[in-house]
Design a protein around this ligand. Structure first.
Ligand code: CA
Length: 241
């Protein structure tokens, strides 16, 4: 597991005992030393006191909600960069978007399966491990669903063929492919891809998405990769769609 010998630490913040116990049990099996708390204020205390390797955070919590906890921990030095997996009660995509904008790395909608839980934990901790270590092993190539993005060369391949992308198209594709299944609002995309440009609007996002679809989809009118989340934004297909 961990070659340094130090056991990885996980914090589970969840007020429903059955879910907390389930998550704890499986993280424990996965080799984590697990701490559990049942309310937001207590979570924040632990987060301020101890560095964790991963934090699983329920949204609806007594004391302080998970979104606020997440915002606060991103300002906190000990767990500023710790990967956070949000657990949302509803399939409310708005919650998801707010959760990600608050600094969470990914989310799970309850009820979730154990296999999915552990896959997400592995994905966010691995991603974190790579980005935390960019000086030696930059994460260069990311693939999903027949699409490959090479960050160093800023090249993309779809179904085996190179495609030409503008800077914005590339940045957008890179962002989506890094988080398959995650819904990004237009506002979030503007912030992430066009952060230094004050003159773009949400229509710009739609325009670049449709250009990107013409380059990566078999049928741009019936997208299979870059999907619309109605009323919310866009996401990259993760196979569950
Ligand atoms: Ca709850």
């Amino acid at each position: 597991m961990d070659t340094t010998g130090a056991q990885r630490r996980a914090l589970v913040v969840e007020d429903e005992p059955a879910i907390r116990e389930l998550v704890r049990f499986h993280l424990d099996l996965g080799g984590y030393a697990v701490e559990e708390v049942a309310d937001g204020l207590r979570a924040l205390e632990r987060i301020r006191a101890t560095p964790f390797d991963v934090i699983l955070l329920d949204v609806m919590l007594p004391g302080l909600d998970g979104i606020s906890v997440c915002r606060a921990l991103r300002l906190d030095t000990r767990n500023q960069r710790t990967p956070v997996l949000m657990m949302t009660a509803r399939d409310g995509e708005t919650d998801t978007v707010i959760g990600l904008e608050s600094g969470a790395d990914d989310y799970l909608t309850k009820p979730f399966g154990v296999r999915e839980l552990m896959a997400r934990v592995t994905a966010i901790t691995r991603r974190h491990g790579r980005t935390a270590d960019t000086s030696t092993t930059p994460i260069d190539v990311v693939s999903a669903r027949d699409v490959t993005v090479d960050r160093q060369r800023r090249r993309a391949r779809v179904r085996g063929s190179d495609i030409e992308l503008t800077r914005q198209e590339f940045d957008l594709l890179d962002l989506f492919i890094s988080r398959p299944g995650v819904v990004f609002s237009r506002a979030a995309l503007l912030q992430q891809v066009w952060s230094d440009d004050a003159f773009v609007t949400e229509r710009t996002v739609d325009a670049v998405v449709s250009r990107l679809r013409r380059k990566i989809e078999r049928d741009p009118a019936d997208p299979e990769l870059l999907l619309t989340a109605w009323g919310v934004g866009y996401k990259f297909a993760d196979g569950s769609d």
